[in-house]
Design a protein around this ligand. Structure first.
Ligand code: SDX
Length: 393
């Protein structure tokens, strides 16, 4: 028998840990950052003040907000040597591979001594990572399409600055609309943290060894890349496009999923914790609707998404397995309407999740009683056996 290992043996022995950052009730569809409901934050808060809430424990007052805004602005640009890395990546490099590599490289510039020694150093590193993750994403896109890398502007919000760095040119500033800036801000707020998901658990695992913030966040980016996790937002659009291109009707696609002879999943559906609905999906579905109406955009993929959802929710195969739309099912519709290229959708998720990863790194690192995460296993390999010389193998 492997024996039960209790929680106080430390995190990975049981796959759970204690945390004060995000609360989820999967049965009731409740999600709160530091006790504040996600619905209130998505409606009222900027992404940056939500980041401060997650990292420092409270929504900032005016002075705290001004100080963090200054740190973000002063640390939004990339060192020239960092920009040189973009020329070294092959043209088909995936934006997530560039992002994780560049965050690791950033550590050498931001933390020459490879770690910070006090709260002031942490605030600077947190601001730099949040600001530069966005700058790296935009610069990677500009390098990929052969356009000049744009510098951030002081007068724009975090979301507006990202759109500026993505779509402005030296001779022409990109003019965003309030609807687009609001939709992107809300997208980022909704992705900012989500308890002990795969990528955040990875960040906590790496942090528990004493690794620095950048090394831990870079590991989180790689864990998020998988199509069952953050990669799902791209896979949802690919699924809807497949249906839209007339290859399959929504009903035929669902039949293929239910048939199970292939590993086809209904991407954007299901969740390990939410068993009735994902509150973020509810918000994103409404936001996609109102944003496309405000922008007078009709996206056939939104109509297909609605039909797929309606058919799936009425189908016992999905209902009996308690499968509902998750955060990734409608988020891609919003990113498409904003003009974000498909291969950057998971990068957008990473930009949103960076404050959550930083908050969890700090929670692990600040806990003096924290032990290194050391998962155990159930061994199913061969019992003891003799070594044989090659002539007898
Ligand atoms: C995110 O953890 C987080 O919080 C993650 C996240 C965050 O904010 O960090 O919320 C972000 O990653 C959202 C999930 C994005 N991934 C997808 O949309 C990919 C599609 N979904 C599935 O792969 C799946 O639902 C998971 C990965 C999300 C959850 O996997 P689980 O909990 O391991 O579920 P399971 O595989 O145990 O499924 C239970 C049953 C199985 O059927 P049976 O074998 O019992 O007959 O449901 C079936 C599964 O086959 N099932 C699906 C399905 N998801 C589960 N069948 C078809 N399509 C699906 N999407």
């Amino acid at each position: 028998s492997t024996g039960l290992i209790t929680l106080d043996d430390g995190y990975a022995n049981t796959g759970s840990c204690t945390s004060a950052i995000t609360f989820i009730d999967g049965e009731k569809g409740i999600l709160r950052y530091r006790g504040i409901p996600i619905e209130d934050l998505a409606k009222n808060s900027s992404f940056i003040e939500t980041a401060e809430l997650l990292i420092f424990g409270d929504l900032p007052n005016a002075d705290e907000r001004a100080e963090f805004r200054y740190l973000l602005s002063e640390n939004s640009w990339l060192h020239r040597d960092m920009r040189n890395h973009f020329d070294a990546f092959p043209k088909n490099a995936h934006p997530m591979s560039i992002l994780s590599a560049m965050i690791s490289a950033l550590q050498s510039h931001d933390l020459p001594e490879h770690r910070f020694t006090d709260e002031k150093g942490f605030r600077l590193a947190a601001a730099s990572l949040i600001a530069k993750t966005r700058t790296i994403a935009a610069a990677s896109y500009k390098s990929h399409i052969g356009q000049p890398i744009m510098f951030p502007r002081y007068d724009l919000s975090y979301a507006e600055n990202f759109l500026h760095m993505m779509f402005s040119m030296p001779y022409r500033d990109f003019e965003t609309t309030p609807e687009v800036a609001h939709a992107l801000n809300m997208f980022l707020v909704l992705h900012a943290d989500h308890e002990q998901n795969c990528s955040t658990s990875t960040v906590r695992m790496v942090a528990s060894s004493g690794a620095n913030l950048y090394a831990s966040v870079s590991a989180g980016v790689n864990a998020l890349w998988g199509r069952l996790h953050g990669g799902a937002n791209m896979a949802v659009i690919e699924m809807l496009q497949q249906i839209h291109e007339g290859k399959l009707t929504p009903k035929k696609y669902l039949d293929l999923v239910k048939d199970r002879r292939s590993d086809i999943k209904l991407m954007g559906f299901g969740h390990r914790v939410y068993r009735n609905f994902d509150p973020r999906a509810v918000i994103l579905k409404d936001a996609a609707d109102s944003m496309l109406n405000a922008m007078h955009i009709t996206d056939p993929l939104l109509d297909i998404a609605r039909e797929v959802e309606q058919l799936a929710l009425a189908d016992d195969y999905f209902a009996s397995r308690r499968l509902y739309p998750n955060v990734d099912f409608y988020s891609g519709i919003i990113l498409r309407a904003i003009g974000i290229p498909l291969d950057m959708f998971t990068v957008m998720f990473a930009i949103g999740r960076t404050p959550g990863w930083i908050a969890h790194w700090k929670e692990v690192t600040d806990n003096a009683a924290q032990r290194i995460y050391r998962p155990r296993q159930i061994y199913v390999g061969p019992t003891e056996r003799a070594w044989l010389p090659r002539s007898e193998r």
